[in-house]
Ligand binder design. Structure first.
Ligand SMILES: Cc1cc2nc3c(=O)[nH]c(=O)nc-3n(C[C@H](O)[C@H](O)[C@H](O)COP(=O)(O)OP(=O)(O)OC[C@H]3O[C@@H](n4cnc5c(N)ncnc54)[C@H](O)[C@@H]3O)c2cc1C
Length: 390
């Protein structure tokens, strides 16, 4: 086994770290307070490939493997959760389905726009009545009319929608066929009858925006179908498997940011005549955080490696996401605690991280759903005999 990054990934990692330190970290608090992303930094991201992490160079990306993409998202999340979610959703949910199932024509039309640093990508699955249970709950539908599809319905919580030239939307194309009754379509955001509503008011990730979308007789050409008719549910599950590695990476980044702030504060803050870092109860929090972050990162990297070596990632991606999101929660809680009253102040980054991380155990499959996915896969494996550790 080799736990080290190769030379290319090591250099990429360093370049992303230095970009984030220079371009994102100094503005993270302002982004949190004003609710505005630092677009100057986003416009510079194409030079490093951050707006096209897994997109081939011909469309403006750097075609990193999954591990490289995870490292980049982790580094962005370490300094700014809002930008982390924006870029994670853009790459994984926005560019991902187009890369996996787009025709050459669809890729040529949309990917250069998405990697330009001027626009962002989005994926619309969730509806007001359906999040975890898309299969029986999702009602937004597309009905064939000659050479066009006519779309009606509502999607909810769609990240990056207002910055997207095109959104991949999960639609019911056949009411009677269960999981085969869904298809994915590319909907340009300037289509008549399509409305992007004002951003949701959230508890954190203030500069990342999520919107309700409504479709009233929106017409798109048949050629906007992404992949095959009837494949939409399968495409959704595959996209979410990949997305879970990214949310896991983002959670590791958030935990790492909280950890660094916690250790620094513990060394600087004096109580009872010495730095609080010398108190053993504070050291316990530092040790627990170091151990938990290491474990979460190792799982996320392992899930990425599974993906890059063509293995099935459903179980390991759910394990990695679940672990990393729970670690982000615990570490950011302790980071606030170690800061005392300063941790409750918006002057320090840990308050922001504590809010930002809260989404991670909800978005792209809640923790309950991850546990169901893990247990279902474990039971299936045991059906075939007690498996060797892998
Ligand atoms: C900031 C933000 C950004 C988002 N971005 C996007 C986006 O870009 N695109 C998109 O499509 N969606 C997006 N979402 C939606 C997100 O994916 C859903 O919120 C999530 O899947 C959960 O769905 P829900 O909110 O409908 O919760 P529900 O499905 O209603 O679940 C409510 C509770 O019930 C639990 N539950 C549900 N079913 C079970 C079960 N079988 N067993 C045990 N417990 C269960 C859940 O775990 C949860 O605790 C975003 C959400 C947020 C908050």
């Amino acid at each position: 086994m080799d736990f080290g990054l190769n030379e290319e990934l090591t250099m990429f990692h360093r370049a992303v770290r230095s970009f984030c330190e220079k371009e994102l970290k100094p503005h993270a608090s302002t982004a949190h307070e004003t609710g505005e992303l630092n677009w100057d930094a986003i416009r510079k991201m194409p030079s490093l490939g951050l707006t096209g992490l897994q997109v081939p160079e011909q469309y403006g990306g750097v075609e990193m493997n999954t591990l490289g993409a995870a490292i980049a998202v982790e580094e962005i999340g370490r300094v700014c959760g809002s930008t982390g979610l924006t870029i994670s959703a853009h790459n994984g949910l926005g560019c991902g389905p187009l890369l996996n199932w787009g025709t050459d024509d669809q890729k040529e039309r949309f990917l250069p726009l998405l990697t330009s640093g001027e626009k962002l990508g989005a994926l619309a699955l969730t509806e007001p009545q359906a999040g975890s249970d898309l299969l029986s709950g999702a009602q937004t539908k597309a009905v064939r009319d000659g050479d066009e599809w006519v779309i009606n319905g509502t999607k909810a919580w769609i990240t990056n929608a207002a910055w997207a030239p095109v959104i991949t939307v999960l639609l019911r194309t056949d009411a009677d066929t269960g999981s085969r009754g869904f298809s994915m379509m590319l909907i340009e955001t300037d289509r008549e009858g399509f409305t992007i509503h004002p951003p949701e008011k959230k508890m954190g990730l203030n500069a990342s925006k999520s919107h309700m979308l409504t479709f009233e007789n929106v017409r798109v050409p048949a050629s906007n179908l992404l992949g095959k008719e009837g494949d939409g549910f399968y495409q959704t599950m595959q996209t979410l498997d990949n997305g879970r590695i990214s949310i896991g990476a983002l959670s590791v980044g958030l935990a790492q940011g909280a950890f660094e702030a916690m250790v620094q504060y513990a060394m600087d803050r004096t109580a009872f005549g010495e730095p609080i870092a010398s108190k053993q109860l504070i050291q316990e929090k530092i040790a627990n955080a170091a151990m938990e972050i290491e474990a979460a990162r190792t799982l996320v990297y392992k899930a990425a490696w599974y993906k890059d070596t063509g293995k099935n990632i459903t179980k390991i991606a759910a394990i990695a996401k679940l672990k990393a999101t729970e670690v982000a929660e615990r570490v950011s809680f302790d980071a606030v605690q170690v800061h005392g009253s300063a941790g409750y102040s918006r002057e320090y980054p840990v308050e922001r991280i504590y809010r930002d991380q809260r989404l991670m155990s909800i978005g792209e499959g809640t923790s309950e759903i991850q546990r169901l996915v893990i247990a279902r896969n474990v039971l299936k494996e045991f059906d075939a005999g007690i498996p060797m550790p892998s």
